[in-house]
Design a protein around this ligand. Sequence first.
Ligand code: DP6
Length: 325
Amino acid sequence: MKVKTKSPANIAFIKYWGKTNPRARVPQNNSISMCLSEMFSECEVEFRDDLKKDEINFVGEKVVKKKEIERIVEVLDRVRKLGKTKLRARVVTKNNFPKATGIASSASGMSALTLAALSSLGIKMSQRELSKLSRLASGTACRSISDGFVEWVKGENADSSYAKQLFMPDYWQICDVVAIVTKEMKKVSSTEGHALAETSPFYETRLRGMDKKIKEIKRAMKEKNFSEFGKIIEAEALSMHAVCITSVPSIIYWNKTTLTIIKKVMEWRKGGEIESYFTIDAGPSVHVICREKDSKKIAQRLRIIEGVKEVVINNPGIGVRVVST
Ligand code: DP6
C-alpha cells in the first residue's frame, strides 16, 4: 500500500546536544520543543514486489549525500524487520524548507518516513513507540510525533527514551518567526556536533544546570510567563553554542547575519519596542520567538536585514500524520 505522511520540523527551547548512547540516540539531557505549523516534510512510501533495491527520490534536492540514503535505508530495514518482509520500497521525500541550515529537517523527514514506512506495511504503533522508533533515525524526530509543545524524556536507555506532549498547540499563542539566512548545507552535521560536545570544557557545567533549567522553563510555560520563558530559551541557545564553539575542533554554526539578528532582537527588547527572544539550532538560521500579536511586525523587520533569504511565521503545530493512503 502507498502511504503519504506529513511531519513538522520542531524548534528546541531546551536543546538536545550530546548523547549517552550515540547509536541508539539516547540524549544526555531532556529537551523541550514546539512543533512548527508551516515548516514540514512530506514522505511517500510504497513497498513493492517488483523492486530489486530501495528507490529513494529527494524532491528538489540538488545535493544528496550517501549518508542520507543510508539513513533512510536503515529506517526501512528496521520497519522491514518489524513487518517480517524483504520487500524493497519506493520512497519520495520532500521538505518545504532548505535542509541542514538550522531548521530541523532530519526531525520532520525521519518522523514522516518512519510513520509512512510503518503504515504502508499496515503496522500500528502507540505514539510512544513511534517516538522511540523515529528517535533511532534522528534524535529530534522523536519530538515531531506529538502535537504542540513536547518534552523528550532522556530515559535510562534506548527503551525508555521518548518524547511526550506537554501542551496542545492552542495552549499558548506564541510564534516562531524563522529567518533563513542561507540555503547552503552546513559543513558539520548535528550528528558530528553531538559527538564533539564532551570535548568542550563547558559541557559538564551545561549538563549540571539542566535539571534546574528544565524545571524553570516548565514553570514559565505553565504560568505562560513569556518574559521568564524567553530569558531561559535565549540563555539556553547561547549555552549550547558556547559548547559548540569551544569543542575541539571548534564548531561555529553562525554567520554574520545570525549575529546581526541576535543583536537586533536584543535591541528591540531594550528599546521597549518588541519583546522577542532568539534561539538557534545547529545552523545559522535564527528562530525569533514572540507573542503571536507581534509576529508580523517581527517578520517585516527581519525581511529587511541584509543576508536574510526568507522569513516564515510558525504557530505551534501538530505532529506527524498520515495524509493519504
Ligand atoms: C541542535 O536530531 O539532528 O537541533 O540525533 O544525530 O540526528 P541526530 O541529531 P539531530 O540533533 C539536532 C539537535 C539540535 C537541538 C535540538 O533540536 O534539540
